[in-house]
Design a protein around this ligand. Sequence first.
Ligand SMILES: Cc1ncc(COP(=O)(O)O)c(C=O)c1O
Length: 372
Amino acid sequence: MRIYLSRPDITEKEVEAVCAVLRSPNLSLGPKLIEFEQAFAEYIGTKRAVAVNSGTSGLFLCMLALGIGHDDEVITTPFTFIASATSIMMAGAKPVFVDIDPATLNIDPAKIESRITGKTKAILPVEVFGNPAGLDKVCEIAQKHDLKVIEDSCEALGSALSGKKVGTFGTMSVFGFYPNKQITTGEGGMILTDDSDLADMCVSLRNQGRDKDDDWLSHKRLGYNFRLSDINCALGIAQLARIEQIKAKRRQVAQWYQEMLADDDRLIVPAEPNECDISWFVFVVLLAENFTAQQRDKILQAMKNSGIQVGNYFPPVHLQPVMVKEFGYKRGDFPITESVCERTIALPFYNNLTKDQIETVCMTLKKILHKN
Ligand SMILES: Cc1ncc(COP(=O)(O)O)c(C=O)c1O
């Protein structure tokens, strides 16, 4: 028996779409790139979309397009995937962390203002695990202090807050298409914005600093090769066309978990706040507060030994060796994040997980909890 943490959901339609590009003369910078960007901008509801080769590249290009660099600070959460913070560093700026709200696991809006300095240029909120709760309050603070918002929506394609889609809150926003995401392009990302100057800058930066009508060997500025090939884009178009079906499948999987784990007071099971429409990215339960990190790690190991893949999303970003070395962050700096990180268990989660498999996961987890 083996139940995986994550599996992509690729149908024959996707396979055909990719093969059609392979049979065409346009493997990159072709019609599928334009089609994917247009379909994505239309789905989210922004004026522009710029496809790139990863979510990380997308976040980095947002920094550059907004002119964020040396001696600047960007406020973000320490409870996220590392790229939310390293994209700030790649631009030469400093990630300034603010602890999370234990109810939403997102950056705590009430703690942001005290960390704003003369060097702060932007806030980078993350919809952790797909949950957009609190994003509106972050944007209000940014507006009050004249700061940009770079929305890291890499985990939240299809989520909405009070009816407003994730990806439309920030000055710029970024989605990611790694295979564990709601839709995948193999690798890939998308930058969204209503500002056409920012979008044009990203188009140039992803393509070796060429401007739109420039000759292939003319380079206006320091640029990169962050292009997304038409092969990837064709996969993305076919996946995006199924987004409502994908969301429904993920919602069902989350509901089964919620039902089957509701009766266990050793676990805190994620719920959907009223104002949120969550497009579930992963399903992460928290152990009750009396559990230690050592107990959690033993439980993770026991689950793996039973053939069930689980994860510890996320270890605290501020305690990653790179952050300690660069900025001297230390244990105790963000106590809520640290406590949450010690108690997370990411359970198997993907579109086609069956009710029987979920039953097996839940029964195994409860048995292991009983012994610990
Ligand atoms: C919150 C968050 N930000 C950024 C990224 C980076 O995306 P990518 O892996 O496509 O570079 C991810 C991907 O896992 C993520 O979860």
